[in-house]
Design a protein around this ligand. Structure first.
Ligand code: TYD
Length: 228
């Protein structure tokens, strides 16, 4: 039984997902909710092991289809061992990237067959479709600048090294998903100030909780109150 909420954050490099997840988690906790913040690839011990293989580039030699299978394997474990149990307990799960990252990075820019990708999605996600997906959108050059600043002297990971044209295709792919699934996806202007972005997100989440009252989701009116 689904008593809590499952909210995912998506977007390109440097969109500010992790900062905004922290802020939303804080806002929701202060309003009395139990929040679980997690991320992909990873989020469970099995999936974190696969994350290392994927982000180090060690899986690159396997080719894009088998990389997609590894992302899927990580997701399946994460859903079964972390996400579904938390949502069933009535918690609010905030996840940094989820199925739309596979649709965009593997499906669109990885140019994998769409029936292959939807089969993987069906097997790994099943009925754990997010209640809400926040797509943090900003111009690609601004995102890459932020990602480079955040990285400092660390080397870019496999996905951060890719060029502007690919990142533009990903941005367009996210916007296309939002257009196709407006009941699930909300596009947030991530080029605004962190406070303004946090405010927009809190407002959207309040609306979700109001429209789908669930399990232990109490004290809804207070969510995001500190952001106005
Ligand atoms: P991470 O360091 O978590 O990056 P970010 O801060 O951008 O979220 O690295 C995750 C990378 O993995 C990111 O570049 C996107 C990629 N990815 C996929 O290609 N497919 C997927 O299904 C997921 C979840 C992530």
């Amino acid at each position: 039984m689904r008593r809590g909420y499952f909210i995912t954050f998506e977007g390109g490099e440097g969109a500010g997902k992790s900062t905004q997840i922290e802020r939303l988690a804080d806002t929701l906790r202060r309003a009395g909710h139990t929040v679980l913040a997690t991320r992909e690839p990873g989020g469970s011990p099995g999936a974190e092991a696969i994350r290392h293989v994927l982000l180090s580039g060690a899986a690159e030699a396997l080719g894009p289809a088998m990389e997609a299978v590894l992302f899927a394997a990580a997701r399946g474990d994460h859903v079964d061992s972390v996400i579904r149990p938390a949502v069933e307990r009535g918690e609010i799960v905030l996840c940094d990237r989820f199925m739309d990252s596979s649709r965009v990075y593997q499906g669109v820019t990885g140019e994998l067959d769409s029936s292959f990708m939807s089969a993987l999605e069906r097997v790994t996600v099943g009925d754990m479709i997010p209640d809400l997906t926040l797509i943090l959108d900003l111009p690609v050059d601004a995102g890459m600048e932020r990602a480079a600043a955040r990285r400092g002297k660390d080397v870019a990971d496999r996905y951060e090294k890719e060029d502007l044209a690919i990142q533009e295709r990903r941005r367009a792919a996210y916007l296309a998903i939002a257009g196709a699934e407006p009941e699930r996806c909300i596009v947030i202007d991530a080029s605004a100030s962190p406070d303004a972005v946090a405010h927009a997100i809190a407002k959207t989440v309040r609306a979700l909780i109001k429209s789908k009252p669930a399990g232990n989701a109490k004290q809804l009116e207070n969510a995001g109150a500190d952001h106005g």
